[in-house]
Design a protein around this ligand. Sequence first.
Ligand code: GN1
Ligand code: MG
Length: 381
Amino acid sequence: MKDTKEILEVCSEFFNTKNIKEIKEITTGNINETYVIKFEDCKYILQLLNSHVYYSPIGVMNNTRLILDHLRKKCIYEGKNPHRTVLNFIKNRYNQDLAIVNNEYWRCCEFIDDAYSLNREISINEFYEIGKAVGNFQVLLSDFTPNVLDDSIRHFHDTRYRFERFKEVVELDKFNRVKECLPEICFIFQRQSKFDIITSKLEKGIIPKRVTHNDTKASNILLDNEKQRYLCLIDLDTVMQGSLLYDYGDALRYGASVCSEEETDISKIDINLDLFKSFTKGFLEELRPSDNPKDITKEEISLLCDGFWIITIELGMRFLHDYLDGDKYFRKDEKRIKHNLERARNQLQLVLKLEESFEKMKIIINDLLDELDYPKYYKIG
Ligand code: GN1
Ligand code: MG
């Protein structure tokens, strides 16, 4: 957390600081620093972009602006309130999206009131709504050309590439931590042959490259307080070209586990198949094919469970990588030396559980395809 004086200096780029009533930090994100700035009648979100993670904060904001302009146009067309269903960034006094203060990049957007996002305890109906939100994001961006977007983080969901880097940190063992993580390292190595299951198909054009959010955990999706319906996806920093399987998988990784990703007692970790079903139902309902060349494809449907698997093992590997590399990437509790190792163990246990549930999940998907009147050839064999 920055001290108040520093925050006020940044605020002065956007506001008359004399009118600020309160400044509060939000600590749920693992990457950026986020603050709520309260005035008498309105609130804003002020965010410091992590320039260790994003090599080009300007590129991130360019992507964000392009995406938001597209989404705003669609939502206005549909008669939806663009102040609730799209993020609205405000410019600083010099009419710039980013304020650069002491070489750090800050941005500011309107706070969406009467809305919430979920860190834990997701109900069946809420997860169904989240499935719809993630599916609808694909629908809204299906006519946006993905290759005008920069890669805000190169190789972000290239699991094979990440594995190559992971092998390097294991080899180097700079912090002498490998010895306590051998079972986890073996677990990852044993599964390496499957790491290009999605990237190889993207490269060969077997599945399409689409605009994807890439970080669809429930805490990045806003729901309306009163109606409990989805409003929008937030945290658009990693919107890039990718596969919709990443968005499907990451949302399930976070939301279909019976425990939070911060749970340290891994014996409690399991998959809640009712939640899996409700999310998948919302997602597939939004993506119902409509004879459009951009429709979800049969190949994508056949890989849905693999998307869940790959994103979960990848994050387990990323947490473990960070632990072996001296905790440089994810924000962690400073008092917990093994925080990232514990997070890795949590994700890898979830991988084990989901491997046990693969067949059941496929049956659920096939039943939903029938229920939602998908053409028969979409069925997973
Ligand atoms: C990070 O920024 P945040 O907290 O929404 C991370 C995601 C991980 C997530 C795990 C840019 O997301 O990839 O899935 O933590 N974002 C980045 O909680 O690395
Ligand atoms: Mg993020």
